[in-house]
Design a protein around this ligand. Structure first.
Ligand SMILES: Cc1cc2nc3c(=O)[nH]c(=O)nc-3n(C[C@H](O)[C@H](O)[C@H](O)COP(=O)(O)OP(=O)(O)OC[C@H]3O[C@@H](n4cnc5c(N)ncnc54)[C@H](O)[C@@H]3O)c2cc1C
Length: 477
């Protein structure tokens, strides 16, 4: 992938101003120092910034943005750089604005059950801090050990427990954010009910660093569930596994997590872990987790879910309620994200469809991939109809890349034709921006552009992301 505009370098005088704001040690320019800020987890893309600034305060962020806005310097906000849609890549050079030094948990207010945090807090660090007080912050991207709250907010990240608790946005009560102009806005706070004007919190959540830089967040907490249990069920066919997902909900059960892993994904993860699972021939496996206020309630739910799975053709049902065994059952699912790296060059997609269309989606993906001479693995959040797909196989050089692109396009089109979307939780970024029109009509894309133009008229914030490139006639392609 090549950027559509030239790389924007920074002059010595521009660097001097940035050093004066963020401090000498917190502006990086040496090529070796820039390397980690040149990539995230998206395929093998590398886009070095001209410089990196690592501010410590909202005032520094504000002054940096005001200066970059005046000079039209592109600014790419960065958190943990674990993104899978290329959101943190400095596509046009310019400045990478890394929020990793703004990493304080400012307050955990137990009375109001609200955490106030800076954007650079690693998600797992917040989980551990609130759990120590008997509280829970449910959003849990599988990357939680290295992703940050800022990145989660910008991508409206999900994760396995979104099945019951929803995505990041559901837990945000207010944000402090800096606009491209340098102006600081506050969109809410600790008050639970607040409908004063446009819901700017929701507008900024999921805006992928294109509208503002988040510098503080007020996040809702709940009591930590007292009991948990996990169930794993293999199925001979994809259709049976998906029927079981629908049936679990039809019986009034609400799993905390409801994960799907297809046979190729199981193979790649179990190979990496060096384990052989029972029923290796199973085309699909489901992992369901239940939580609640007590053992009895959770045991009842997990038993009823097991019955539903068996009624839909599960080959077996394995249940665990102790921590060690639950961890073991989660291991294959959790290991896939890393294991797919062993597949070599692959293209990753994050599509979502109504839950009832999942089997048709996975079947269709396999057909599309195999027609192009590729293989695919599919896994993800079945309850949300959200599947991660890796398409891999021979395909080097420009022709190979083009074949990957065409295949991805067909898969995005398939998801949209099933009533779904081109991204369920990873964001549009650069990976699906050309296909945004598959799930948003021209008027909706124009409305998004109008918001972008209003908040960032010079287009300095994360340029090249989210929107399809404009054609020479100024129309979305
Ligand atoms: C192994 C693995 C598993 C994953 N599992 C999941 C999963 O289960 N669910 C899920 O949703 N995602 C998952 N992801 C994707 C990724 O971890 C998430 O998108 C995460 O939210 C990115 O956070 P980050 O801090 O790494 O952000 P980055 O990658 O650094 O940035 C992501 C976006 O956020 C913007 N941004 C960062 N900080 C700010 C800020 N302060 N203000 C404004 N914009 C900002 C960036 O510009 C960019 O557009 C996974 C990734 C990996 C590698």
């Amino acid at each position: 992938m090549t950027p559509e505009k030239p790389f924007r370098p920074l002059s010595e005088s521009e660097l001097a101003v940035l050093r004066q704001i963020a401090g000498e040690d917190h502006v990086l320019v040496a090529p070796a120092d820039l390397q980690p800020f040149s990539h995230d987890w998206t395929e093998d893309f590398v886009f070095p910034p001209a410089a990196v600034a690592r501010p410590r305060t909202v005032s520094e962020v504000s002054r940096i943005l005001a200066f970059c806005n005046e000079r039209r310097i592109p600014v790419t906000p960065q958190g943990g750089r674990t993104g899978l849609s290329g959101g943190a890549l400095p596509l046009l050079g310019g400045l990478a604005l890394c929020l990793d030094r703004m990493n304080s948990i400012l307050e955990i207010d137990e009375k109001n059950a609200v955490a106030t945090v800076e954007p650079g807090v690693v998600t797992q660090t917040l989980h551990e801090a609130v759990e120590a007080l008997g509280l829970s912050y449910p959003p849990d991207p599988a990357s939680r050990g290295s992703c940050t709250i800022g990145g989660n907010l910008a991508e409206n990240a999900g994760g396995p427990h979104a099945a019951k608790y929803g995505v990041t946005g559901k837990w945000v009560m207010g944000l402090e954010a800096v606009l491209a102009s340098g102006d600081v806005i506050v969109t809410g706070g600790k008050t639970r009910k607040d409908v004063a004007g446009y819901d700017l919190t929701s507008l900024l959540v999921g805006s992928e660093g294109t509208l503002a830089v988040v510098t503080k967040a007020w996040l809702r907490l709940i009591p930590k569930p007292a009991a948990r249990a996990v169930l794993v069920a293999p199925f001979a066919t994809l259709e049976e596994s998906m029927a079981a997902v629908v049936e679990v909900y039809r019986r009034g059960l609400v799993p905390a997590a409801c994960e799907f892993v297809d046979r190729p994904a199981t193979e790649v993860s179990s190979k990496r872990k060096g384990v052989t699972l029972p029923f290796p021939e199973a085309e699909a496996r489901l992992l369901l987790e239940f939580d609640g206020g007590g053992d009895e309630e959770v045991e009842r739910d997990v038993t009823r879910a097991g019955e539903a799975a068996l009624d839909c053709g599960a080959l077996d049902v394995v249940v665990a309620a102790d921590e060690r065994r639950m961890r073991e059952l989660w291991e294959i699912r959790r290991g896939i994200g890393e294991a797919v790296r062993d597949l070599g060059h692959s293209s990753e997609l994050d599509v979502a469809v109504p839950r009832s269309e999942l089997a048709a989606l996975v079947r269709g993906i396999r057909e599309i991939a195999s027609e192009a001479g590729f293989s695919s693995v599919a896994f993800g959040h079945a309850a949300d109809g959200n599947i991660h797909v890796h398409v891999y196989g021979p395909g080097s050089g420009e022709a190979g890349e083009e074949l990957f692109r065409q295949t991805a396009r067909k898969i995005y089109a398939l998801a949209a034709s099933l009533g779904g979307t081109v991204t369920g939780e990873h964001g549009v970024g650069i990976t699906s921006r050309d296909c945004l029109s598959f799930c948003r009509n021209p008027a909706a894309i124009a409305a998004m552009r109008a918001v972008k133009d209003a908040l960032d008229p010079r287009g300095i914030l994360n340029p090249g992301k989210l929107f399809p490139p404009l054609s020479e006639h100024g129309e979305p392609r």
